[in-house]
Design a protein around this ligand. Structure first.
Ligand SMILES: [Mn+2]
Length: 315
């Protein structure tokens, strides 16, 4: 769909369900609540859904949010590459044909929706929404600007990662003209950490494992450690970038226990390696420098599989 066609699609319908991905981050929620505000400003009925609920740390994006009661007319997914990422809480939407429109920026997008707008070069789904709103010409409220800015800032690691484009900087420059406390948002998103998060970071730094002549670093967080630190899953954003912060490391792997025998893997790479290709071997995907997958087994088995794949890279 083109922006023009999306504009018509939004005009022609009245009741929208907006879906966000599990382990919600600043981009999926930023895009979701920006779109909710935009549709509400158009006089439409809309609601934002997440299978795990909305984490407190993003509360500033959903202040004033009230889900409306309505008969669902159409469903829009934002920042979701694969319906599996909806999680079990939104399993009903994983069936084929349930999602009408997908707006996303993952090159690995599975093209599961009836209509899609996927721009693999966009830094964030929130950036696509900003470009869409600008093209459609309706006024953008300050709260929409807050959500879009947060989405772009978080997905680019505060404009630091390789996915940061001139368009991302231009959008941020235009958005901060709406006059909100972007410095406070960045402090909340990047500097402030809970005591539990601090303890978890301390643990993974002290227990980091090195392989492949120190060019691969791996950290593992088991449920036991997470409980001991008192860390909630919403506080994990950015933890996967820790292994890559070690000098000389090109492949950073974060292993996080999801259930007894299920581990979520986050992979970060330097320009020397393709993280999405690495994760594709395990049925996952993502971006070229940041990708993920899920592997079943014990921690030892999972580690073995990952290291075998890392060994193939010839580091
Ligand atoms: Mn995103």
């Amino acid at each position: 769909m083109t922006f023009e066609e999306i504009g018509r699609f939004l005009e022609e319908h009245d009741c929208f369900t907006i879906l966000t991905h599990r382990s919600p981050d600043g981009d999926t929620l930023g895009a979701g609540f920006a779109l909710w505000n935009y549709l509400s400003d158009m006089g439409k009925k809309a609601r934002v859904l997440n299978g795990e609920g909305f984490p407190d740390r993003y509360a500033f994006m959903y202040t004033g949010y009230e889900p409306r009661e309505f008969t669902e007319e159409c469903v829009i997914a934002v920042d979701i590459a694969d319906p599996n990422l909806l999680g079990s809480g939104l399993a009903e939407y994983q069936q084929e044909g349930k999602i009408d429109l997908c707006i996303d920026h993952h090159i690995s997008n599975k093209n599961y929706a009836k209509h899609s707008y996927v721009d693999g070069k966009a830094s964030a789904a929130s950036l696509i929404l900003y470009q869409l709103f600008k093209a459609l010409g309706r006024p953008i409220s300050r709260q929409i600007a807050v959500c879009l800015y947060t989405g772009i800032a978080t997905d680019t690691g505060c404009f630091k990662y390789e996915n940061t484009t001139p368009e991302a900087h231009i959008a941020a420059a235009e958005l901060i003209q709406y006059g909100f406390g972007f410095a406070i948002i960045n402090r909340m998103m990047f500097d402030i950490k809970s005591k539990g998060r601090m303890a978890a970071e301390h643990f993974v730094q002290a227990n980091m494992e090195f392989y492949c002549h120190d060019r691969c670093a791996l950290i593992a967080l088991t449920t036991e450690i997470m409980e001991k630190c008192g860390i909630e899953s919403a506080e994990f954003e950015g933890i996967a970038s820790i292994p890559l912060s070690v000098e000389g490391v090109d492949l950073g792997i974060t292993v996080k226990q999801r259930h007894e025998d299920v581990f979520k893997i986050s992979v970060r790479t330097t320009e020397k390696l393709d993280a999405a290709a690495f994760c594709r071997q395990f049925g996952g995907g993502g971006h070229i420098r940041a990708a993920g997958c899920e592997i079943k087994g014990t921690l030892e088995e999972v580690r073995e599989k990952l290291l075998a794949a890392a060994g193939e890279l010839g580091l």
